[in-house]
Design a protein around this ligand. Structure first.
Ligand SMILES: Nc1ncnc2c1ncn2[C@@H]1O[C@H](COP(=O)(O)OP(=O)(O)OP(=O)(O)O)[C@@H](O)[C@H]1O
Ligand SMILES: [Mg+2]
Length: 574
């Protein structure tokens, strides 16, 4: 096939003529450097190509070659623990090839094709297999079971199946009709990996962050947004979730954010242990780095690369999570490309299809029944940070994301200024999953848990109203029962809602511990309320032993505080 040729270059956009057989979203190699690019519009003989690397130095007339496939990822053993760029090139391989400063046009295999993996078949010759069926297991890291599956769209009877050490290039099973299966899949990133059906999520996605799990719970398979102005704590919160949430696989996409933050994350992750298994956290993590100093166009791709990898692990029957920081930078990349294409701009210069792009991204989350002959379920939870300029939540990326995500964890700059972290505004944040998850909480801890949450929300709400009165007429005008509400709300804020991400013992909090802590606060309130009802001096409230106990709680282990509170709970389940 004859190559086309460049006739115009405008930032990350390259226009080429002569690519007669081009299809939309097809990948190309641009120029002598073989820079990867994607065809994003075709207008008669002109192909508009989004370049995934800097275009400086490219010349008009250089060739453009069609690759015959859309932007795809290679999926298989070796994904976990790897750091990729936005188009799935492993950063360590790029470094080997080009040193600290990545040269353009580096072509590297996403996964190590030479390394041998121990393949253990779970099927045998004669077995009929369908798309998505597991045919074998590969142990990845110390504990992770990488399930090797029949690719979507393929089925047949197994003629031959291997056992032993194989590289990703080698065939591990042969189906009738001469279909050879390796341990890898290739998937186009902009098309979701299909599932049989999406189900209503009914399990919480526990993050270890008290304000989230207790007040605004996210569902496993749900979606959440973390909007917050500059420096309000989005990155710290997302990284805490990546470290401590109860997911089997975490895909963390650093999208257009600072490179040094990503470096810190890498250093930290390599030392941290998974709180559940004690194994290195990297063993369940895939990192995708497209930091602010990397090309803009690959930012758009990084989100899709991440979500497709997450879908692949979900298809194995795992609970996966995609954490993106920040989706605003992704939307800005869309805006830049759209501007270069001279498309009619929508609100604030974002393309008119911003809303549909955001929707189709978050729609890839879900608790699903996987494609397979056996019954298997998996989930993908998506958490995206949004960084509205000036903290203005009415801007398009925030408002469009708000329409499609189920949980809103709004960060507020006043709280961050006061160093109340995580700076989640308890008055404006919400979860649409609360009711769906009530059954789960009820089964585990009884109706008391749900009542406790309602009680805490009521106290915080009443506190908000009383604060307005206090601002008008001062605290002395309040009755003792109102003062007690302020006092209790303060306790909730200081000892429960605030949680330091940097204090080893506080960075992660089990649900049972959250329950105990809030129960202790309620106990204090009830005892103090008696004092108030008996019209005793309010100073007695501050001296209550129940109050001191709450402040002491942080210093004790779960077991120790369980002894102090007779809650009759089955702790082992947590
Ligand atoms: N949970 C927390 N515990 C302790 N400190 C925190 C917490 N969250 C945020 N901080 C403090 O706030 C600072 C800024 O947080 P972070 O970098 O996460 O903000 P951001 O919203 O991602 O900022 P940007 O808009 O620049 O990306 C941190 O360096 C840290 O000092
Ligand atoms: Mg940040």
């Amino acid at each position: 096939m004859n190559p086309g040729s460049i006739y115009k270059i405008s930032g990350a956009l390259v226009l080429a003529h002569g690519l007669k057989e081009a299809v939309l979203n097809e990948m190309v190699e641009i120029g002598e450097l073989k820079i990867p690019g994607e065809i994003i519009r075709i207008d008669r003989d002109t192909c508009y190509i989004q370049s995934y690397e800097e275009t400086a130095g490219l010349l008009v007339g250089e060739s453009v070659v069609l690759k015959g496939e859309p932007l795809s990822v290679v999926l298989g053993p070796g994904l976990l623990g790897t750091i990729f760029d936005g188009i799935q090139r492993p950063l360590n391989k790029l470094k080997e090839l080009s040193g600290d400063f990545i040269k353009r046009g580096c072509i590297v295999e996403p996964l190590d094709m030479e390394k041998k993996w121990n393949f253990n078949p779970v099927k045998q010759p004669g077995d009929v297999v369908k798309e998505g069926d597991i045919i074998g297991i590969v142990k990845e890291g110390a504990y992770f079971e990488h399930r090797i599956m029949v690719p979507i769209g393929i089925s047949g009877t197994i003629e031959e199946i291997q056992k032993g050490d194989f590289s990703l290039k080698e065939t591990v099973a042969r189906l009738t009709g001469g279909i050879d299966l390796t341990m890898t899949w290739t998937a186009a990133v902009k098309t979701p990996i299909p599932c049989v059906e999406k189900l209503d999520p009914d399990n919480p996605f526990l993050t270890g962050q008290r304000v989230l799990d207790f007040l605004f719970p996210l569902a496993t398979g749900g979606s959440a947004m973390i909007p917050g102005g500059f420096g309000t704590g989005k990155t710290v919160l997302e990284q805490s979730i990546a470290k401590y949430s109860l997911a089997d696989v975490i895909i963390y996409v650093g999208c257009g954010e600072r490179g040094n933050e990503m470096t810190d994350l890498l250093e930290e992750f390599s030392e941290l242990k998974d709180p559940r298994t004690g194994n290195p956290l990297m063993d369940r993590t895939v990192l995708i780095a497209n930091t602010s100093n990397m090309p803009v166009a690959a930012r758009e791709a990084s989100i899709y690369t991440g979500v497709t990898i997450a879908e692949y692990f979900r298809q194995m029957g795992y609970d996966t999570a995609l954490i993106a920081d920040s989706t605003t930078r992704w939307a800005e990349a869309l805006r830049e490309i759209s501007g270069r294409l001279e498309e009619l701009p929508g609100e604030e210069g974002f393309p008119t299809y911003l809303s549909s792009r955001i929707t189709s991204f978050y729609e890839r989350s879900g608790y699903i029944r996987c494609f397979s002959s056996e019954e298997r379920f998996g989930s993908l939870t998506i958490i995206g940070a949004v960084s509205p300029a000036g903290g203005d939540f009415s801007e398009p990326v925030t408002s469009e994301t708000l329409k499609v995500t189920g949980t809103f964890w709004g960060l507020e700059k006043e709280l961050a200024y006061r160093r109340h972290y995580p700076a989640i505004n308890w008055n404006t944040s919400y979860s649409l999953y609360s009711q769906l998850l009530d059954g789960w909480y009820k089964k585990k801890y009884g109706i008391e848990f749900i009542n406790l949450r309602k009680w805490a929300i009521n106290i915080l709400f009443s506190d908000g109203q009383l604060q307005q009165i206090v601002q008008l007429v001062g605290p002395d005008s309040l009755q003792d029962d109102d003062r007690l509400i302020l006092e209790t709300a303060n306790l909730i804020k200081e000892s429960f809602l605030q949680q330091s991400a940097f204090d080893e013992s506080d960075a992660y909090c089990t649900l049972i511990r959250q329950y105990i802590m809030m129960s202790a606060i309620k106990k204090f309130f009830e005892t103090a309320n008696k004092i108030v009802k008996e019209k005793k001096s309010f100073s007695e409230v501050s001296d209550l032993k129940e109050r001191k106990l709450i402040l002491e709680l942080k210093e004790h282990s779960d077991d120790e505080i369980l002894e102090k509170f007779d809650l009759n709970l089955d702790k082992d389940e947590d």
